[in-house]
Design a protein around this ligand. Structure first.
Ligand code: NAD
Ligand code: UDX
Length: 458
């Protein structure tokens, strides 16, 4: 069969895998190949156990894999065959040298640009899918055009807005698709070619275009605004705890203002995930580079509140459990950074676990999807922790439960049974406000939600 387009994606991660599976699913007329330097990841994508858990992903991959979606480690061949190349490699925070702990580490990005340059024998459109500092496309252009072999490259920015756990729904019915291009005739022609791909399933009015720098910056700003909303409500949750106000009631009242909207106002233990902190740090670094110290400080505050929220949670546990956690057995309900994913990158549960071990608690961790990642994240203190999949077994003999992830299943557990098997007095710290607090209190628990009055028997 001949295909209308040959599309390549470099980077078979949380973004590359699902986004390309969606393109292949919606566009049987295109051949889509996803390549990665990590052979184990590619083997997993070609197996029955995909490397990531995302609701609905298995079904789509099963339908299209081998039909018009292929996973491979043959990067050079993939580059040669493709007309459009999405680049979806990881762009973590630098851990060394200038900008360590703040700036984006672009080594994977640059390596990919060099690979594309070396292997290309025909003109190509290169699509930035990874989240990148504004002006990265300029560096990409410079790298790609630094040879005189006559090959022409057009660079587009097409940031990905999907969230984990709802990735398939987000990709199938996105709020918007953003394509940034150079405003030259070649740039606009390339932009229209990418637009044609999305137009196969995304309504035209939801596909927006902009200049390339606005597109790059919009992604950082979207994540910064989302994270800011969480830090805003979390900051207010601390005030609620002092004043007997209830943060859920406050969020409802505030969110009913149509100018503000009611989403992303759930007070929590703090935000996690691979994107928010990294992208905020990136924004802060960019602002400082341009001498915008006040702006940088403003956005840095969002991270500071998030760190404060996590530490506040620990201090609250310490305070309410009679100022010592040493020897107390504490069970974490959930380890993933949010529900419906096995991903634990930057999960607040990592911080809480380390702090509890530091306080010499005995720790038990349960999670329906994230226990393997949890063991990797805590490899250096693993022997001090029990990892148990069944929540009833995990909580047995514990002094306290701390809810880290808002898995639906936790709200449906039989807490009378759990209470019977715990040490007394039994405590619940609901870091996600998902449990029925009145019911738990009536069962006998001392209950400590986020941003609401506590319910205690003493
Ligand atoms: P990931 O770590 O899951 O995947 C990246 C993959 O790229 C890895 O499998 C890695 O082996 C591969 N890779 C690195 N260098 C390579 C090279 N030179 N050639 C081939 N493969 C290479 O990362 P991710 O979560 O998919 O994120 C990718 C990008 O998308 C990041 O910039 C991130 O900020 C952005 N993003 C992520 C999300 C999300 O929900 N995870 C959402 C939107 C945007
Ligand atoms: C985020 C962005 O939402 C997405 O658009 C972008 O493409 C990637 O980064 P993700 O990190 O996968 O997606 O999940 P998200 O739903 O944004 O949650 C991030 C963190 O915030 C999680 O830890 C979540 O539990 C927390 N959160 C979210 C809250 O604490 N309260 C809320 O009201 C919402």
């Amino acid at each position: 069969m001949t295909f209308e387009k040959n599309i390549l994606c470099i980077g078979a991660g949380y973004v590359g895998g699902p986004t390309m599976a969606m393109i292949a699913y919606k566009c049987p007329q295109y051949r889509v190949t996803v390549v990665d330097t990590n052979p184990e990841r590619i083997t997993a994508w070609n197996s029955d156990t995909l490397p990531i858990f995302e609701p609905g992903l298995d079904e789509i991959v099963k339908k299209v894999r081998g039909r018009n979606l292929f996973f491979s480690t043959q990067i050079e061949r993939g580059i040669q065959e493709a007309g459009i190349i999405f680049v979806s490699v990881n762009t973590p925070i630098k851990t060394f040298g200038a900008g360590a702990g703040m700036a984006a580490d672009l080594q994977y990005w640059e390596k990919t640009a060099l690979q594309i340059r070396e292997a290309s024998q025909s003109d190509k459109i290169i699509v930035e899918k990874s989240t990148l500092p504004v002006k990265t496309a300029l560096a990409m252009e410079r790298i790609l055009t630094a040879t005189a072999n006559g090959v022409h490259f057009d660079i587009l920015s097409n940031p990905e807005f999907m969230a984990e756990g709802t990735g398939i729904r987000d990709l199938e019915t996105p709020d918007r698709v953003l394509i940034g291009s150079r405003e030259t005739s070649a740039g606009i022609k390339a932009r229209d070619e990418l637009l044609e791909i999305y137009a196969n399933w995304v309504p035209r009015e939801r596909i927006i275009t902009s200049n390339i720098w606005s597109s790059e910056l919009s992604k950082l700003v979207s994540n910064a605004f989302l994270a800011q909303r969480i830090s805003s409500i979390n900051a207010i949750s601390s005030l609620c705890e002092k004043t007997e106000a209830d943060v859920t009631e406050v969020a409802r009242a505030v969110g009913m203002d149509s100018r503000l909207g009611d989403k992303f106002l759930n007070a929590s233990i703090g935000f996690g995930g691979s994107c928010f902190k990294k992208d905020l740090l990136n924004l802060v670094y960019l602002c400082r580079q341009y001498g915008l110290e006040e702006v940088a400080d403003y956005w840095e505050g969002v991270i500071r509140i998030n760190d404060y929220q996590k530490e506040r949670f620990i201090l609250n546990m310490l305070d309410t459990m009679f100022n010592t956690l040493a020897g107390k057995k504490i069970c974490l309900f959930g380890f993933a950074f949010k529900a419906n994913t096995g991903d634990t990158r930057e999960s607040p549960a990592i911080y809480v676990s380390r702090r509890l071990v530091e306080e010499r608690s005995e720790l038990v961790i349960t999670d329906p999807r994230a226990l393997i990642n949890a063991q990797t994240d805590l490899a250096d203190i693993k022997e001090k922790i029990d990892f148990i999949e069944d929540p009833y077994e995990a909580a047995a003999g514990c002094d306290a439960i701390a809810v880290m992830t808002e898995w639906d299943m936790y709200a449906e557990l039989d807490f009378e049974k759990i209470y019977e098997n715990m040490r007394k007095p039994a405590f619940i710290f609901d870091g996600r406000n998902i449990l029925d607090h009145r019911n738990l209190f009536d069962t006998g628990f001392n209950v400590f939600p986020v941003g609401k009055p506590s319910l205690t028997h003493f």
